[in-house]
Ligand binder design. Structure first.
Ligand code: NAD
Length: 510
């Protein structure tokens, strides 16, 4: 039964569509952790206000889990793992429950979308049309996959048999960010749970609500108690306790490169748990003068950059354009940007919502101010807007005249700010694109197939798009080179992160 309730009867009588404001007003949140199959009180009883970036008001109180609560969650997860209530179920049985879980997510789509929008500010149409279905698909896909994967027998000699099996690792700590709270959780939960592990999920303190609800839906779907636990709280408290815990076998972390470094340190200081980091990006979007549809390239970069308020790890935030077409291309991108002017996130027509909190908005505005001081020119945007709402909104912003050494060319802003740099030739373009500590994604726009392949091969990034930026699917790996992380989320490769390879040798007597 839902403990985070809202009245689904709040429907607009003329359109028959949800009245999101009425539902938001009726919302009552339960911010307590889910440990061992139920909502529990924290041991110290501390809480924090869950602030909506839409209006700066509190949505309610959420538990501030401490080390003792994390320890209780890890113990619940370990005991569930050890007694085999999930880990030793046949894969087909785990599949069935994960499919039920995905169905429950879809059935609760309006409730989950509302929570996601109120909690982190994204437009309701995308929470409903992108985040919820992608979350359900991810859970269902890993459930579907797990009873179709075979183990190996090694080609050894006739006197022995070597079985190479993938076994679940045990207890997985998942620590996720606030930009796609449900999807980032699902990218860990899907493969980790399907493989038979138990999970302790620590959502961001900026967006804890949907993770807590997901845990309840999993229980309703038949997930045994203790297999999927959620501990809301701050990073330096609950997050650190989870990553330092001696009985956690692996950490699946998505977040900033700064905190990703800490994950490696925590592992070194504790039990050398496996650490899989999915970190920041500063993805390059290379536009060559031979590309025959500059308008489509401009529309694509604006759409990808300003989607989710620019708060996407793979946002193409560095446009590198050949100097001969740069003025024309910048004008096209600048003409696209105002189409993403922020609006009320609960209005189904809004395409850009609120920045996640006041601190992040100040960070974004600080980068904008710094860019001006360093000599870049804002062609469009650059201001806070809708301040009368009490929320945190920033205009889509395009900077021209950006040079390689400028801060906005090098650092991840994580807001709706696009930098345009100019290059002289192909070698220059590749050099600038690769001159970054990050290597998450990149994109090449060229009508020459040789050039497209040549440049794609030289770019040091986990994913390279050619003449598009929109394709995405659960079947393909997602992750970065360099300081964008290691390991890969999504696809069958993600099972590598949450399983151990076990070899069993058997002697065969002749
Ligand atoms: P963040 O690193 O501040 O926080 C991420 C998570 O780590 C949160 O749950 C937070 O509470 C926790 N945390 C913070 N400090 C901690 C500590 N000392 N010990 C343990 N846990 C701690 O990142 P964020 O601001 O939430 O998210 C934005 C970042 O996430 C961006 O850099 C973005 O690029 C990245 N990101 C990457 C991907 C990817 O797949 N590569 C996807 C989404 C977001």
């Amino acid at each position: 039964m839902s403990s985070t309730t809202n009245s689904s009867s709040n429907t607009n009588s003329s359109s028959g569509k949800p009245d999101w404001h009425a539902r938001a007003a009726a919302l009552k949140i339960d911010g307590r952790p889910v440990i061992g199959g139920k909502r529990v009180e924290t041991q110290a009883g501390q809480q924090f206000d869950c602030i909506s970036p839409i209006d700066g008001k509190s949505l309610g109180q959420v538990s501030r889990c401490q080390a003792a609560d994390v320890d209780a969650a890890v113990r619940a997860a370990r005991s569930a793992f050890d007694d085999g209530r999930w880990s030793e179920r046949p894969p087909a049985a785990r599949k069935k429950i994960l499919q039920n879980f995905a169905d429950k997510i879809l059935a609760a789509k309006e409730e989950l979308a509302l929570l996601e929008t109120l909690d982190m500010g994204k437009p309701i149409q995308y929470a409903l049309g992108v985040d919820v279905p992608a979350t359900a698909r991810c859970i269902a896909w890993y459930g579907e996959a797990v009873d179709k994967i075979y183990d190996e027998i090694a080609p050894t000699g006739p006197n022995a048999l070597a079985l190479i099996r993938r076994e679940p690792m045990g207890v997985i700590g998942a620590i996720v960010p606030w930009n796609y709270p449900m999807i980032m959780s699902a990218w860990k939960l899907g493969p980790a749970l399907a493989a038979g592990n138990s999970v302790v999920l620590k959502p961001s303190e900026k967006s804890p609500l949907t993770a807590l609800r997901l845990a309840e839906l999993a229980l309703e779907a038949g997930m045994p108690d203790g297999v999927f636990n959620v501990v809301p709280g701050y990073g330096h408290e609950a997050g650190e306790a989870l990553a330092l815990h001696m009985d956690v076998d692996a950490i699946g972390f998505t977040g900033s490169t700064r905190v990703g470094r800490k994950m490696l340190d925590y592992a070194g200081r504790s039990n050398l748990k496996r650490v899989y980091n999915e970190l920041g990006g500063k993805s390059a979007f290379l536009v060559f003068p031979d590309f025959d549809d500059l308008k489509r390239a401009a529309q694509t970069v604006a759409g990808a950059m300003f989607f989710n308020q620019g708060e996407s790890c793979n946002a193409p935030s560095r446009v590198l354009v050949h100097e001969s077409i740069a003025d024309e291309f910048v004008a096209m991108v600048a003409a696209e940007a105002p189409k993403y002017t922020p609006g009320d996130p609960l209005d189904p027509k809004t395409v850009m919502g609120a920045i996640v909190d006041e601190g992040q908005m100040r960070t974004v505005l600080g980068y904008i101010e710094g860019a001006r001081a360093e000599g870049a020119q804002a062609r469009v945007g650059g201001q806070q807007v809708r301040s009368e709402s009490g929320g945190y909104f920033v205009e889509p912003t395009v900077f021209d005249g950006v040079t390689e050494g400028m801060t906005i060319a090098r650092e991840e802003i994580f807001g709706p700010v696009l930098s345009v740099l100019r290059f002289k030739d192909e070698a220059d373009a590749v050099r600038i694109a690769n001159d970054s500590p990050f290597g998450l994604q990149a994109s090449v726009w060229s009508s020459h197939i040789d050039r497209a392949h040549r440049v794609a091969r030289k770019l040091r990034a986990g994913t390279v798009h050619v003449n598009q930026y929109d394709e995405d699917d659960i079947t393909v790996p997602f992750g970065g080179y360099k300081q964008s992380g290691n390991g890969r989320d999504k696809s069958l490769h993600a099972f590598d992160k949450y399983t151990e390879l076990k070899t069993t040798w058997l002697r065969i007597n002749r």
